[in-house]
Design a protein around this ligand. Structure first.
Ligand SMILES: CC(C)(COP(=O)(O)OP(=O)(O)OC[C@H]1O[C@@H](n2cnc3c(N)ncnc32)[C@H](O)[C@@H]1OP(=O)(O)O)[C@@H](O)C(=O)NCCC(=O)NCCS
Length: 167
């Protein structure tokens, strides 16, 4: 995999907010940025989640859910005028002890390039900075090993739950 860290820290912070991080991606022509502070266009988010095959949810409820979410993280394909949302994940929780990860999605055109893993790394680092040491998620059956490869512990029967403990 090739690093393409071409954006200056100033551009990153101005367009995507504090702590934004450029991703590693094989296509050097494409700059991808993970950020938890750039605002979401709900229609664009819906398009992304539909693209990965999930059914639509009422937009007003999604809006409220995002407002009540501990951590909303977007993965953006950089463009100086119109960055495009190509990945997303969010975490609910108390912000102190526990968190749960939801809605992890990478647009099909960008899957298989290490972005899902980088998104999860970013989330776990952000939660760790809050002092959170126990993180849970409910994986779709076909995706369990995506999390297992990253060090998540499966619930005993290994069907749908995974737990991650900060070391
Ligand atoms: C699951 C998803 C987020 C993975 O994102 P991605 O960018 O394609 O994943 P990465 O390229 O970072 O993959 C990291 C590793 O996990 C593996 N992996 C990716 N998707 C996998 C899957 N569905 N099952 C098992 N392993 C998977 C990759 O082969 C790679 O392995 P490696 O480190 O040995 O090379 C993405 O495929 C997606 O959005 N899927 C549709 C929505 C979904 O199912 N979300 C999860 C809900 S629980």
């Amino acid at each position: 995999m090739i690093s393409s860290c071409l954006l200056t820290p100033e551009v990153l912070e101005q367009a995507y907010g504090q702590g934004a991080r450029e991703c590693l991606f094989a296509n050097e022509q494409i700059n991808l940025v993970i950020s938890q502070y750039r605002q979401f266009d709900l229609l664009e988010l819906e398009r992304l989640l539909t693209a990965v095959g999930w059914s639509r949810r009422p937009m007003r409820r999604v809006h409220r859910a995002l407002e009540h979410t501990l951590l909303n993280v977007g993965l953006w394909r950089h463009d100086s005028q119109f960055p495009r949302l190509v990945g997303f994940a969010r975490c609910t929780g108390d912000g102190v002890l526990e968190a749960t990860v939801w809605d992890v999605a990478i647009h099909p055109l960008y899957q298989g390039g290490g972005l899902g893993k980088q998104l999860m790394d970013y989330i776990l680092e952000s939660l760790k900075e809050m002092g959170i040491e126990r993180v849970t998620l409910f994986a779709d059956p076909g995706v369990v090993s995506f999390y297992k490869r990253q060090g998540w512990t499966l619930e005993p029967q290994g069907h749908r739950c995974a737990f991650w403990y900060a070391s």
